[in-house]
Design a binder for this molecule. Structure first.
Ligand code: NAP
Length: 284
């Protein structure tokens, strides 16, 4: 890109969004690859979205990440969305091309890349327990479903969301072994290879540990999607009992890296983005 051109603008759209770590990792990547672009925060109210989307080209905005509470709502402003985003029913990445606004979802693939590349965990033929059946759980399950797990057993306090997740997976992955648990005990975690916490329980200091230690075992990988705090009570207990643990910072990193690749068409400088995130998370 010619340095004399005005910089391209990218950003994260959400509300609240001001504590987002995305600007740190994307700006570090732009700088490393000498791309003339800036990544900023767009904290918008719901009623501001229509005007915001109509002004993208005037503002030289070429791409967006989308966070809570707009991952579903933005779909109405897009021209087309990817097959995965359609399946998940949510968009976390928007690319503006000369002709259209394209919506994508990199959350599930980001999670899978973290599992595969950093944690050396292959979901194929594995038994997986999933806590939560909301937006993040759906994004993840769609990618886990593609890998051919032996079983996915899920629990959510909201039975309607659990049934919706089951219907989505069974429709799209013929023969998938998906089981709804009525209680946390019903997840049979002692038979599992991977336990994922996709609920917000653990974000607040006052939150309890969502799982009793008696369900954990040394062969288990416990993955908490939460990254702030970096070690939830669940992860601290799992570590104490000898299980392998991971927080959600890796998922954040890889979903961002995939978005960066869609935005720029260039390979993401993963280690530079990781370093920026690790520094940023210390300041939260
Ligand atoms: P969500 O759509 O609200 O889904 C969370 C689900 O968990 C809801 O259905 C909720 O039910 C249920 N739940 C709450 N407490 C529960 C409990 N004690 N037992 C069982 N189920 C319970 O939220 P989300 O967007 O999927 O996010 C979930 C978590 O993932 C959050 O902590 C979020 O920060 C994290 N996340 C991380 C990343 C990353 O990159 N690392 C990306 C996305 C999300 P109710 O609605 O009835 O409360």
């Amino acid at each position: 890109m010619d340095r004399r051109d005005p910089a391209q603008i990218y950003g994260v759209l959400g509300n609240p969004a001001k504590h987002s770590l995305s600007p740190l990792m994307h700006n570090a990547a732009f700088q490393a690859l000498k791309i003339n672009a800036h990544y900023v925060i767009f904290e918008k109210k719901s009623e501001e979205l229509e005007y915001f989307f109509s002004s993208l080209s005037r503002q030289r905005i070429f791409g967006l990440n989308v966070t809570l509470p707009y991952k579903e709502k933005v779909i109405a402003f897009l021209d087309t969305i990817s097959k995965e985003a359609k399946l998940i029913g949510a968009v976390n990445t928007i690319k503006r091309t000369p002709r259209m606004l394209l919506g994508l979802n990199t959350d599930g693939e980001g999670f899978l890349r973290h599992l595969n590349e950093d944690l050396q965990f292959e979901p194929k033929d594995k038994v997986i327990a999933l806590l939560g059946a909301g937006g993040a759980a759906k994004a993840i399950s769609v990618y886990l479903g593609k890998q051919g797990p032996k079983k996915i057993c899920a629990y959510d306090i909201d039975a309607t969301k659990l049934s919706a997740l089951e219907a989505c997976l069974k429709k799209n992955f013929k023969g998938i072994n998906f089981v709804q648990a009525d209680t946390i005990e019903g997840l049979c975690i002692n038979e599992c290879d991977l336990l994922i916490n996709a609920t917000p329980v653990g974000m607040k200091e006052s939150d309890p540990c969502i799982i009793d230690g008696k369900f954990m075992h040394r062969g288990l990988l416990v993955y908490d999607l939460i990254y702030n705090p970096p070690e939830t009570k669940l992860l601290a207990l799992a570590k104490k009992l000898g299980a392998k643990t991971a927080n959600g910072l890796g998922m954040l990193l890889y979903q961002g890296a995939l978005s960066f690749e869609y935005f720029t068409g260039r390979g993401a400088p993963i280690e530079i983005m990781r370093r920026a995130l690790n520094e940023g998370v210390k300041r939260l």
